[in-house]
Design a protein around this ligand. Structure first.
Ligand code: GUN
Length: 297
């Protein structure tokens, strides 16, 4: 699979095609495990009726079905108690058939997300949100890495493999400092030998930092924040944002069309980081399976 040029000239860093590639590899790996009588399993927990969360969970389950990973969905009502949710997590922690546990966020307001995430066994934490996994990432040690930043790294690796360049030594600017994306993203880019700048809502002049970047990862959660004049000619831009516009269409944190005329590579929305997040969740499930049940399989 090769990325193709947009009308503006930048290469389109196609997350949908990349995710499909990853899923094909995972399908092969899972089928050889199945031939040996084993099957990795993922439990997805959804609490409450948030419509966007229900759609995300459906996509995750469907991707499991396609790759042969066993999925179990636990859909709980918004009236579920803290005790009931923690008890379910305990059951899943102890279930030998379950290799990964994902609690879809956001949780209804009566829950403390930190407490719920902390209850998931770190070796089944396929979201990579547990403190042990975040700490391992900070220390450059093996662990489960959050799916969205892991997906961005896979897209960047493929982009540089195709163009003959090297991510090492690049100046990367991450816009956003969330625990789920911005912070692990910065750590992964550091591990890949980038010089990393993290900008956030209190940064006085994010545009000035962005203009100096070889690589921009936009994860601010603000529609079309990154304009063409924020992007150096030849920069590579990955867009983690997703927003519903007034006309019903989706856009990201990057003003896509104008930026395609300036950047050397850019990921679209939709069809960029979103599909990669799901692919990396399944990749993490297989990693958790291998780590837990031994490298023998
Ligand atoms: N809600 C939105 N994105 C995510 C994610 O990556 N993991 C979980 N658990 N919930 C989410």
């Amino acid at each position: 699979m090769n990325f193709e040029a947009t009308a503006g000239g930048a290469l389109r860093i196609d997350g949908r095609a990349t995710a499909k590639d990853v899923l094909v590899r995972l399908t092969t790996e899972v089928s050889s495990l199945v031939a040996e009588g084993a099957r990795p399993g993922l439990a997805v927990v959804l609490v409450g009726g948030d419509p966007a969360s229900a759609i995300y969970v459906r996509h995750k389950i469907r991707a499991c079905d396609r790759t042969g990973i066993r999925s179990v969905a636990h859909v709980l009502s918004a009236a579920t108690t803290r005790e009931a949710l923690l008890a379910l997590i305990d059951t899943l922690n102890d279930d030998d058939e379950i290799d990964g546990i994902l609690v879809q966020l956001p949780l209804p307001p009566q829950f403390d997300s930190d407490e719920v995430i902390a209850r998931v066994r770190p070796d089944k934490d396929v979201d990579g949100f547990a403190l042990r996994n975040l700490g391992a990432l900070a220390a450059g040690r093996p662990g489960l890495v959050a799916c969205t930043p892991a997906g961005v790294m896979e897209m960047l690796r493929r982009y540089y493999a195709q163009t003959g360049g090297d991510l090492s030594g690049k100046h990367a600017v991450v816009i956003g400092r969330s625990v789920t994306v911005g912070k692990p993203m910065a750590l992964l880019l550091l591990e890949a030998n980038c010089t990393v700048t993290v900008c956030h809502s209190r940064t006085p002049d994010t545009a000035a930092h962005s203009r100096r970047a070889d690589v921009i990862v936009a994860a601010a959660g603000r529609a079309k924040l990154v304009k063409a004049d924020w992007v150096k000619s030849g920069a590579v831009v990955i867009d983690v944002g997703i927003h519903r516009q007034e006309d019903g269409t989706l856009c990201g944190d990057v003003d896509y069309l104008p930026v395609t005329h300036v950047a050397a590579g850019i990921s679209p929305v939709p069809g960029g980081v979103g599909p990669m997040t799901i692919a990396m969740l399944l990749d993490n499930t297989l990693r958790a399976y291998r780590a837990r049940r031994g490298a023998a399989s």
